[in-house]
Design a protein around this ligand. Structure first.
Ligand code: AMP
Length: 640
């Protein structure tokens, strides 16, 4: 294999031509891709409706104190679908959806599908410019939202808005009967926008058949039971949410929807898991790490699915003892959520991503789209019923990424490097391009770089990931600026935050006049080194004693002294995982127990210091009261 691999790595094409997949290899590869199964030729919403007929009184969704049965969910989503149709939308139209995480969100997703439309998830945390771009690019006709988020859409005067709270009476006035629609399983079900290297996000168009195939394949492996209770934690704008919503609802299982606040707070998540006896969770490694860092004891009852980014052996060794089963699931949005999966039973390396799911084939191709033999690393290319309809309004990019290979079959070129091993499982080796995965979020550095270079006096930018610690990876931006560039970090963030969501915001911006170059004139990216500055001397002069202590803990964790008392921890490089360790250090420093929730409520040094001050004063008072009681009892004893 090493001889074969050295031929692959050799620039001489003639040598590579020697790499022919032998007849026995061909048979083996065909066997690995022998995934053909019959699938239901129906729409996604029809899989749910079948359950609603059989199990009308079973709980479908739990959200806070609210519980909705399959029958109620079916009726309410039919009413909303009929309402949408009454507003003039027709099969095939795109409907934007910007809702807080709730049972209402599930009703809305089903309603859009039942109306024969394609849903466009818009995360409320997205900046307005990004939302406007997605909305226009997708040519959405209607927007489903709620009054608390309405202001985000003030600049959309043409849009027909449905507000699930304000329009409740109008919606419930419609029939609970399923609307008649005339779409087929090639029609679009959703459009999810992912980061785009040219500076704008790109919409992936996903049709019903691909999702139905995915759902039914997930029934087999990793498997789901009617009695399962799933904790839904993933934002709708990330396609792992498609697993969370449709796999349980197509099987008669129950979904517990965590609020977006719960999803970052480990103790709130643990409470939900225990309260609802959760048995199924599908999430990113970062999510599982939050649970681990929050002291989760685990549960044998839980089947855990993990996807979105590579697993490390260290992480696997921590999570395995906490769950009944743990599965590694892999796949890009372009081929519907997960395209391979494997149960992980040991932390030994390599950590594999498994075999193709039903009606899916994988080929490992070289740069010339030639198939490589078993054991040889190339680009992972995925084809079959999972293949989506490409990128919205981007025919050239679609043609570049969704390519035709031999036998007129089409595959999606993932950009992931991998190889088949002899038992048919696939091993991954990172990316062939610059794409980044950060806490499960897919980020094209080119998108951030293109916004940075639009700032006056910025000539070039390089964005990459920097690993500060085991659980602390962050984006850093290097900027080649002209003399006279004098924007502060805050100015740069203000400029970027109109277009980039917070997870795409670099934590560090390092400027220099000129970049190191290679002999051919290209930027020498390896020579770009981050200069890390700790707490700044004198910076804390204007801080109170309590603020000073917090400032020092923050700046040590965030690796920067450039923090103001009014900065939000999560906007200056902090994340939920880092918050857990930072907060426990703060509690230890003041010898108090406040609970992590306080940190999410008061993520600024100033506010946090106030809470701590009050708590310290309370403690002092309580201690002095105790002392008086002790003194009193002595006096009483003395009297006796
Ligand atoms: P997304 O479209 O956001 O789901 O991102 C897809 C990309 O995430 C893949 O092309 C991989 O680079 C990475 N990815 C997803 N799941 C895994 C996994 N289980 N192991 C390694 N990388 C993964």
């Amino acid at each position: 294999i090493s001889l074969v691999q050295s031929i692959v790595n050799n620039p001489d094409q003639k040598l590579k031509d020697l790499l022919i997949v032998s007849e026995s290899d061909r048979k083996m590869l065909a066997e690995f891709n022998n995934t053909k199964r019959d699938i239901s030729s129906c729409l996604i919403s029809e899989l749910f409706e079948q359950q609603a007929v059989v199990l009308p009184n079973k709980t479908a969704v739990i959200s806070g104190d609210l519980q909705i049965t399959y029958g109620e969910l079916d009726n309410r989503s039919n009413q909303l679908a009929n309402h949408l149709i009454s507003l003039g939308i027709r099969g095939g139209d795109v409907v934007g959806m910007c809702l807080e995480r709730s049972a209402e969100m599930v009703v809305a997703v089903l309603a859009v599908l039942k109306a024969g439309c394609c849903y466009l998830p818009i995360d409320p945390i997205f900046p307005n410019d990004r939302i406007a771009y997605m909305y226009e690019d997708s040519r959405a006709k209607v927007l489903i939202s709620q009054s608390s988020l309405k202001e985000k859409f003030n600049d959309f005067p043409e849009t027909i808005m449905v507000l699930t709270d304000i329009d409740r009476d109008k919606i419930s006035g419609h029939s609970t009967k399923k609307p008649a629609i005339s779409i087929d399983n090639q029609s679009l079900a959703y459009m999810i926008y992912t980061s785009g290297s040219t500076g704008k996000p790109k919409g992936v168009k996903v049709h019903h058949e691909g999702v139905v195939n995915f759902i039914e394949s997930m029934f087999e492996k990793p498997g789901i039971k009617e009695s399962d209770i799933l904790l839904a934690v993933v934002t709708l704008s990330f396609d792992m949410s498609v697993y969370e919503l449709f796999v349980p609802l197509s099987k008669g299982a129950t979904i517990v929807v965590a609020t977006s606040r719960d999803t970052t707070d480990g103790s709130a998540l643990i409470d939900l898991i225990n309260k609802h006896d959760i048995s199924l969770i599908s999430a990113t490694p970062s999510f599982w790490s939050i649970l681990l860092a929050s002291g989760w004891e685990g549960s044998d009852r839980i089947k855990g699915l993990c996807g979105g980014e590579a697993l490390t052996s260290g992480f696997v060794s921590q999570i395995l003892p906490k769950v009944g089963e743990f599965w590694n699931c892999y796949g890009p949005t372009e081929t519907v959520v997960y395209s391979t999966c494997i149960q992980i039973t040991s932390a030994g390396i390599p950590i594999l991503i498994g075999k193709p799911i039903n009606n899916t084939f994988i080929q490992i191709l070289d740069k010339n789209s030639k198939e490589l033999p078993v054991g040889v690393t190339g680009e992972v290319c995925i084809g079959g019923q999972c293949l989506t309809k490409g990128y919205n309004n981007l025919p050239e990019l679609t043609a570049e990424k969704f390519v035709v290979i031999e036998d007129d079959r089409r595959v999606y070129r993932t950009g992931d490097l991998g190889r088949f091993i002899s038992d048919g499982n696939i091993e991954l080796f990172g990316r062939s391009d610059n794409q980044i995965k950060l806490r499960g979020f897919r980020i094209e550095p080119g998108e951030i770089e293109s916004h940075l270079t639009r700032i006056p006096l910025v000539q070039e930018a390089v964005v990459r990931i920097h690993k500060f610690d085991q659980n602390d990876e962050r984006l850093v931006a290097f900027m080649n600026v002209e003399e006279g560039f004098n924007l502060t970090r805050e100015d740069i963030i203000n400029s970027l935050s109109r277009r980039l969501p917070s997870y795409m915001m670099p934590s560090f911006f390092q400027t220099s006049v000129g970049f190191p170059r290679l002999a051919n004139g290209k930027i020498n990216k390896k020579a770009l080194a981050l200069e890390i500055k700790g707490p700044e001397k004198g910076k804390d002069i204007e801080l109170t004693p309590v603020e000073k202590v917090i400032y020092n803990i923050w700046s040590e964790a965030l690796k920067t002294g450039d923090i103001k008392a009014t900065d939000n921890f999560f906007e200056v490089g902090g994340n939920s995982l880092l918050a857990i360790s930072v907060f426990s250090k703060i509690e230890a420093a003041f010898n108090i127990v406040l609970g992590l929730r306080i940190f999410f409520d008061s993520p600024r040094i100033k506010d946090l210091a106030e809470v701590i001050d009050i708590s310290i004063q309370k403690n002092v008072k309580q201690k002095s009261i105790k002392k008086t009681i002790i003194d009193d009892s002595r006096i009483i004893e003395g009297e006796i």
